[in-house]
Design a protein around this ligand. Structure first.
Ligand code: AHG
Ligand code: MN
Ligand code: MN
Length: 342
């Protein structure tokens, strides 16, 4: 194997200022803090089973879900490292009911799912961290209402995938860039600049355990994905890991669609707007894909509270357009039905 020229994360962010928005220095500081926190999370995940870090912490989070020990560890890592930057006024985290104030003079807000897919840790399956950054519109003591923003206002969004290798993927609105963690040097090095997702794809990712509770349009799209071609061969393939970051990352690179719609268990959708869907949607769009909540662009939603949930559809352009065509039929059908009733 030949060695490639190595560009470290801090070099890339420091040098390519045109890709890093209005305040590249702040982006460098924030991304460096994310890099440090995720390095610690990477190390700890890789010791799972050898040290007492697996399993439940014995409490429930604000969503009523079992908190895993690694959820708490990851949360602490991000809070501590971001506090050190001085740039972050407050964090909204999946693991904390209320926002956490870090620095009243900080000009930015940070939202995070510090460990996504955490029920997968005990069984050695990929997990992730998702994060999103807004610029504040006011000064002084941060209030949680400040997080009630449109997704398109994000100035930095990204995720870290702790997979067969650990990768950090982010965008500041000028392309999607990915960096791979080198365990020898403990650094993240550029592996893919300006990622573009294929326009077509054949992977569909949805938890089909929910099938019978889904709206007809989504069911019809799943059936469409299972149709055979004229030679009797499958046209699509199904993949669902239960870790949004892993499912999305695979689909972004290979071409596919990820759907977490409204279900009977989660009538408003399961995934959280601020720290799961918004950042993934920004990355998806920057890579040339589409992200919606079913009826319109996901980034056009204005958050109403920090732990708000939403249905989520994201992926390659052609697959998304096809899926949305089924949903449109369904909404038209619903409109006709309601007209009949009235
Ligand atoms: P978290 O571990 O942060 O609660 O998130 C898990 C999420 C997401 O990663 C995944 O796509 C989804 O939950 C899986 O939900 P189901 O088990 O309902 O399929
Ligand atoms: Mn999650
Ligand atoms: Mn989580």
């Amino acid at each position: 194997m030949s060695n490639k020229e190595i560009v470290l994360l801090n070099q890339f962010v420091g040098e390519k200022t045109e890709l890093h928005g209005d305040d590249p220095k702040a982006m460098l500081k924030i991304l460096t803090a994310v890099e440090k926190a995720s390095t610690n999370v990477h190390r700890t995940i890789n010791k799972a089973g050898l040290e007492d870090i697996l399993g439940a912490a014995g409490s429930e989070n604000v969503q009523g879900e079992q908190v895993q020990k690694l959820d708490l560890f990851a949360n602490e890592q991000f809070i501590e490292n971001l506090k050190g930057t001085g740039y972050i006024a407050a964090i909204a985290s999946e693991e904390n009911e209320e926002i956490i104030t870090l620095n009243e003079t900080g000009e930015y807000l940070f939202a995070t799912d510090p460990l996504d897919g955490s029920s997968n840790i005990d069984v050695n399956i990929s997990v992730g961290t998702i994060f999103s950054v807004f610029k504040r519109t006011r000064k002084g003591t941060p209030k949680k209402e400040e997080f009630n923003r449109y997704g398109h206002e994000q100035i930095l969004a990204g995720y870290v995938l702790y997979g067969t290798s650990t990768v950090l993927v982010y965008t500041c609105g000028h392309g999607v860039h990915s960096f791979t963690f080198d365990t020898k040097t403990n650094t993240f090095a550029l592996t893919n600049a300006s990622i573009k997702t294929p326009e077509k794809g054949n992977i569909f990712s949805i938890n089909e355990g929910n099938y019978n509770t889904l709206e007809k349009g989504v069911q019809d799209y799943i059936s469409y994905c299972k149709e055979l071609n004229e030679k009797g061969k499958r046209t699509h393939t199904a993949r669902f890991m239960g870790s949004l970051v892993a499912d999305f990352h695979r689909n972004m690179l290979k071409g596919g669609i990820f759907i977490y719609p409204a279900t009977a268990d989660a009538p408003k959708g399961r995934l959280r707007l601020l720290y799961e869907c918004n950042p993934i949607a920004m990355i998806a769009e920057q890579a040339g894909g589409i992200a919606t909540w079913g009826a319109e662009r996901l980034l056009a939603i204005k958050a109403e509270e920090i732990h708000q949930r939403t249905p989520f559809f994201t992926g390659s352009k052609e697959m998304m357009e096809k899926a949305l065509s089924f949903l449109t039929k369904e909404s038209e059908y619903r409109i006709q039905e309601s007209e009949k009733i009235s």
